[in-house]
Design a protein around this ligand. Structure first.
Ligand SMILES: Cc1cc2nc3c(=O)[nH]c(=O)nc-3n(C[C@H](O)[C@H](O)[C@H](O)COP(=O)(O)O)c2cc1C
Length: 210
């Protein structure tokens, strides 16, 4: 490769890394609404505190779907900024994730919106169209194929790097009995019989929808 071409390749890599995720300079990009590019680490406390109250995990295959998650983790894996999620076997979301390998995380800047939390946390995409039911305003993504949500504006676009189903036998007894009772039907969308699959997603873009 000629030296001039090498310089162009190196410059593209540097631009991508710093502008999309970890920029010291905030910027704005377009879309239906404006998006303010953010440095994820500056919002780590907000994201971590919002998580147990319920944030949104969005997927899109045949259709867009959104489900509430309360477990997850922001961090670094293989030198990449990452968001890890835990999805039970029978969630509609799991089939979507396994087909497409991309997801967005949507975090409210204030309190969760009760109607969205209820619909996305108790109904399944198998039975309802949550975009319509929960009156979600979708925003076109920047890099992946899954939209963000204006009502929960802090958005992380993630590409799945790795997934692994939990081995229930490896869990401490008390957690296994409490979180994974085996004497119930696992197919009901709110059932808690089945193991979670962990998905580690590389954060490839982070912004707030304005
Ligand atoms: C506060 C809260 C947190 C939740 N956290 C998770 C989670 O981390 N993982 C999971 O698989 N389900 C979780 N759920 C359950 C799903 O949101 C729920 O089963 C949803 O209806 C699944 O939607 P889907 O079938 O369209 O994927 C949570 C529900 C609530 C209310």
């Amino acid at each position: 490769m000629p030296n001039s071409a090498k310089v162009i390749v190196i410059q593209l890599v540097v631009w991508y890394d710093f502008s999309a995720v970890d920029s010291d300079k905030s910027g704005f990009v377009g879309g239906k609404n404006m998006k303010e590019i953010i440095k994820v680490t500056e919002y780590a406390q907000m994201i971590t505190e919002a998580l147990p109250r319920g944030i949104l995990l969005n997927t899109k295959n045949v259709k867009f779907n959104s489900m509430i998650i309360g477990w997850g983790g922001l961090g670094t894996v293989w030198g990449k900024p990452a968001f890890t999620i835990y999805v039970r076997e029978h969630r509609y979301t799991k089939a979507q994730l396994d087909s497409v390998g991309e997801f967005t995380i949507s975090v409210p800047l204030d309190k969760p919106i009760p109607s969205i939390a209820k619909i996305c946390g108790t109904l399944s995409g198998r039975d309802v169209d949550k975009e319509t039911e929960a009156c979600l305003t979708l925003e076109d993504p920047e890099i992946i194929s899954v939209p963000g949500i204006k009502e929960y504006p802090l958005t992380l676009e993630c590409k799945v790097l790795y997934s692994q189903k939990q081995e229930l036998e490896e869990l401490p007894n008390d957690i296994r009995k409490k979180m994974y009772p085996q004497d119930i039907d696992g197919t009901y969308h709110s059932a808690n019989r089945d193991a979670h699959t962990m998905y580690i997603g590389e954060i490839v873009a982070a912004y707030i929808i304005k």
